[in-house]
Design a binder for this molecule. Structure first.
Ligand SMILES: *[C@@H]1O[C@H](CO)[C@@H](O)[C@H](O)[C@H]1NC(C)=O
Length: 268
């Protein structure tokens, strides 16, 4: 992994006040805790314990974010689907408890045992996100909306990797289609993308724009020998750097011999 990860950890650790936790960034969770206090506690716990219990519950939910900062499991940020999954899991468990109508000390015990387990569930989801969905681009730049667990702020994060997304060798046969595919699997998940541009790159290094638009593939039907050569695609972003650049080296496999036979008139 590149040196950007420790920088992100440092940035997250230094400049943000420790306050909120990730599932608490979801308004559904905030509402559920309010409803627990207003609707469930009366009738299920003596009034004098309400305030202290809610203080401990809020603290426990905020503590979800206090996981060891680690490049492989938790960086203090999540994406929206991960947050959604984690808070759904918590809400489901909370509903199970309130549906059971449990009271008094048993209720308190179950509640905190559940919160303890949900923190582990949160840690598991975040580790999965960190492994598979945090900056999944191997090259180029991906823009990803992340939620900072320490203050619930949403920000677009630029995942910058090596700008070189490689070269592709493409073989084409005469009269067939030439297909140049510029799409990488993370493009669908990236935000702030603009257009794909395809250029023909000439020997003298000058370029001619062939296509600019939303299509990630350039298709030329009925290729001719003159189509062999170098091409370049570039996917733009709303920022100054492009998301992806790929070069294509197109080699023609032209059956000169066969063509000569076919071109020869059958009847002289
Ligand atoms: C470069 O080569 C292409 C194709 O051979 C030609 O059309 C273009 O004018 C050339 N550009 C320069 C700057 O020489």
């Amino acid at each position: 992994m590149g040196p950007r990860f420790p920088l992100l950890v440092a940035a997250l650790a230094s400049c943000l006040p420790p306050a909120l936790g990730c599932v608490i960034c979801d308004t559904k969770v905030v509402e559920a805790l309010k409803s627990l206090e207003m609707d469930y506690l009366p009738g299920h716990l003596e009034t004098e314990h309400h305030k202290n219990l809610m203080k401990r519950v809020n603290q426990a939910v905020q503590d979800f974010k206090d996981l060891p900062l680690d490049e492989d499991s938790y960086m203090g940020v999540v994406d929206e689907p991960t947050l959604e999954k984690a808070s759904w899991s918590l809400l489901k468990d909370l509903k199970r408890i309130t549906d059971s109508d449990v009271k008094g000390e048993l209720f308190v015990k179950e509640l905190f045992w559940m919160l303890h387990q949900q923190k582990e569930t949160f840690a598991r989801y975040v580790a999965l996100f960190q492994k598979d969905a945090f900056c999944p681009n191997k090259c180029g730049m991906m823009l990803q909306t992340l939620i900072w667990c320490s203050n619930c702020q949403k920000q677009v994060h630029a995942c910058r990797k090596s700008m070189d997304c490689g070269e592709r060798n493409v073989k084409v046969h005469e009269m067939e289609d030439m297909i140049l595919d510029c799409e990488l699997n993370w493009h669908q998940a990236s935000q702030g993308l603009t257009d794909y541009s395809f250029y023909r790159v000439w020997r003298n290094k000058s370029e001619t724009l062939l296509y600019k638009g939303k299509e990630p593939t350039l298709i030329k039907t009925m290729v001719e020998p003159k189509d062999a050569g170098t091409y370049r695609c570039q996917l733009g972003t709303v920022k100054s750097s492009p998301a992806t650049i790929i070069r294509f080296h197109v080699k023609g496999c032209f059956a000169i011999g066969l063509r000569r036979i076919l071109d020869t008139p059958l009847i002289p």
